[in-house]
Design a binder for this molecule. Structure first.
Ligand code: HEM
Length: 135
């Protein structure tokens, strides 16, 4: 992702933060509608899960301009996901569902440029989580 995209994503966090719970709820609802087989991986309370997801996403996304600083914690998060039974091919499903949830809440404000920027941010994060440095 380029600097412009990083700024777009980072600046959008101020709008995401107040509605993080709703975004997380829409995300899981949509994810399980599209990919019902993923639901059985989740054992705990989904509200708590949503809060953990949004907190870690915000931390990771705001550190994407300095990947080296977040890499160890993001890699460790990815390794824990292996033990949760998460396979690499599940990540694009989650990315699509998250973009859907953002679009659902922001409607017209979720411009194509902002969508692309979020897609790039997710891509970078997922590559770090699954240990693919992208060559
Ligand atoms: C950008 C991507 C993702 C982020 C930032 C993220 C973040 C988190 C966080 C913070 C936790 C709490 C536990 C921990 O810290 O280890 C967690 C747990 C978990 N995540 Fe993710 N996650 C991501 C993608 C996924 C995907 C694609 C799946 C698969 C569907 C998934 C499934 C799970 C499961 C099954 C748990 C454990 C739930 C439980 O114990 O009941 N995550 N995730």
């Amino acid at each position: 992702m380029n600097t412009e995209q990083f700024k777009l994503v980072r600046d959008s966090l101020i709008h995401v933060r107040p509605i993080a719970d709703q975004v997380a709820e829409s995300f899981y609802t949509h994810l399980f509608e599209v990919s019902p087989h993923l639901q059985k991986l989740f054992m705990g309370d989904m509200k708590t899960q949503g809060t953990m997801l949004m907190t870690s996403l915000e931390l990771a996304v705001s550190g994407l301009d300095n990947m080296q600083s977040i890499l160890p914690s993001v890699q460790a998060l990815g390794e824990r996901h292996v033990s949760y039974g998460v396979k690499a091919e599940y990540y694009p499903l989650a990315t699509d569902a998250f973009l859907w949830a953002l679009e659902h809440h922001f409607e017209d404000e979720f411009t194509p440029a902002l969508r692309d920027a979020w897609a790039e941010a997710f891509d970078a994060l997922v590559r770090a989580m699954i240990g693919d440095s992208g060559g």
